[in-house]
Ligand binder design. Sequence first.
Ligand code: GLU
Length: 286
Amino acid sequence: MNTAVFRFAPSPNGYLHLGHALSALINFEMARAAGGRFLLRIEDIDAARCRPHYEAAIYEDLAWLGITWEEPVRRQSAHLDDYRAALTRLDGLLYPSFESRGDIARLVAEREIRAPWPRDPDGAPLYPGDARSLSPAERRRRMAAGEPYALRLDMTAAIARTGPLAWIETGPGNETGSVAANPQAWGDVVLARKETPTTYHLSVVVDDARQGVTHVVRGQDLFASTGVHRLLQALLGLPAPNYHHHRLILDAGGRKLSKSTRATALRSLREAGTSAADIRRMVGLA
Ligand code: GLU
């Protein structure tokens, strides 16, 4: 039998909070129960928001919770060539779009004069532009001129290539077993930008395959993203792990916890005298 491989993959763009504690503990305990391996991955591709002191705090907070992981830790910023190689394999399905965030907001506002413009599962408007129809010469000219751009996946063409897809879900939510992937809900997702050869969706898929991850355990907020991940796995010829999307810890107002709230940061709780055993109780683990 092959060994099960689990991973916890935080971004060092703030201090870990109670939601991360729940995710890391569920992951670690599922790995142990399966006699499997547990990996830690630092998702630090967003250079503008990631900081070394947040990464150091991740190691401290997880160790304090009693979690141990294999070394070396994979840090995404050290593997940009892997993501570039994956982009090359998606050639023919990617196109550059040149609109700024402001341009996109304006385009959506214009479209919404007539009717509501479709949103992705996170509530962001689908790409409203028409960069897919720019001529190859125009694309080359604007890229050569140094204009900022985002590389988008032509979702219709991508789905036509793979056909319908599904993933195996073992999480506690309503949808379990074989779940139909719905990547079209995200429109033409951005997979890279001029200054960074990847985004969350691409690097998570490449890394899970590189690291031989067999079980992805993460919060319910990433359930719908799994459709995009499954599509990228199929396009890149990568194996599909099993998925387990667990419940989220919500604040008093019913919202997802935020890294900017001090009150639920593991670090502040520890400094205030909370023990690791208290944290387990606070996140609802016996
Ligand atoms: N880095 C992501 C986050 O911190 C998690 C990625 C994943 O588990 O797929 O939300």
